[in-house]
Design a protein around this ligand. Structure first.
Ligand SMILES: [Zn+2]
Ligand SMILES: [Zn+2]
Length: 279
């Protein structure tokens, strides 16, 4: 099956017409099924779990400016829209991309349990109050790259171990601006793969990195090999933020999956996983 389980409506309106543009592009790209995975932080229901990121001490002005204006939409409307799209006969899945915030597991679980998701992606975009993927100018100039990588993989391994999510998304996003650590990442990869395996969580192959400064798919092949050896299934993603990016880079993502020993991809209905042959 050819599937893309990661895309966002956030740059357009929550309307059936806009959603249809994603489905039409999916058909053009030869996809059998797509999953929409809006960010939790687009929705007012997530405000309380993330409020600390733009309030209090040690905030980043650019991040504050962005987050203050976010959290404006209503999850009920989003869920109703995807259900309406399914009724049109479009092969859609209802997903969500949720930031893993250490210490907020119970609040996140309650929000996940309140809606009929087909699947939930877990991600790390924040290290404390630092949105490390916002810009190379924000936070990076004063950070130690090795420490940033260590903090990132520690947080991601916690997200994987939490068991809150069906798949962990763009699992080496920290490389986005081409900062490279001098330490070996091998032990971090091993820990992450073990946490994914023990919580029965998938790992995502995400082609969006090809469109970012790093110019590489997330994650590196070495991490995928560790995941495959640990028996961790994959989900596939292009992470479109515009309809025209649906399915973009999917062939490269599938090629990477095959080259690291994968023959199947996970799909979901009502958070029940099925493994199907890679398309
Ligand atoms: Zn993301
Ligand atoms: Zn995303």
């Amino acid at each position: 099956m050819r599937v893309d389980y990661h895309m966002h409506l956030e740059t357009g309106p929550l309307t059936l017409e806009y959603l249809e543009r994603f489905w039409r592009q999916a058909q053009k790209a030869g996809l059998d099924e797509i999953g929409i995975s809006e960010h939790g932080h687009n929705y007012k229901q997530f405000r309380k779990t993330m409020e600390h990121l733009w309030t209090g001490q040690n905030t980043y002005p650019e991040v504050v400016q962005w987050l203050e204006k976010d959290f404006s939409r209503d999850l009920d409307e989003y869920v109703a829209l995807i259900q309406e799209g399914k009724k049109q006969g479009w092969s859609l899945k209802l997903g969500l991309e949720v930031d893993y915030i250490p210490g907020k597991e119970a609040e996140i679980a309650a929000l996940i349990d309140a809606y009929p998701w087909d699947y939930v992606l877990g991600s790390v975009h924040f290290l404390d109050k630092w949105a490390f993927d916002f810009s190379p100018e924000v936070g990076w100039p004063e950070k130690d790259v090795n420490s940033a990588y260590q903090a990132y993989f520690t947080a991601l391994t916690k997200a994987a171990a939490s068991g809150l999510f069906d798949s962990i998304t763009h699992p080496d996003l920290i490389k986005i601006f081409r900062h490279r650590p001098t330490i070996s990442l091998e032990p971090y990869y091993a820990e992450l793969a073990a946490a994914l395996a023990s919580s029965d969580t998938c790992v995502e192959i995400n082609a969006a990195g090809l469109r970012k400064p790093v110019g590489r798919i997330y994650p590196e092949p070495e991490l995928l090999v560790k995941c495959r050896e640990a028996g961790v299934p994959i989900t596939l993603a292009c992470d479109a933020h515009y309809p025209e990016d649906v399915g973009k880079g999917l062939d490269e993502a599938i090629e990477l999956a095959r080259s690291t020993g994968y023959t199947q991809v996970a799909i979901f209905t009502g958070r029940q996983r099925t493994l199907v042959p890679l398309g």
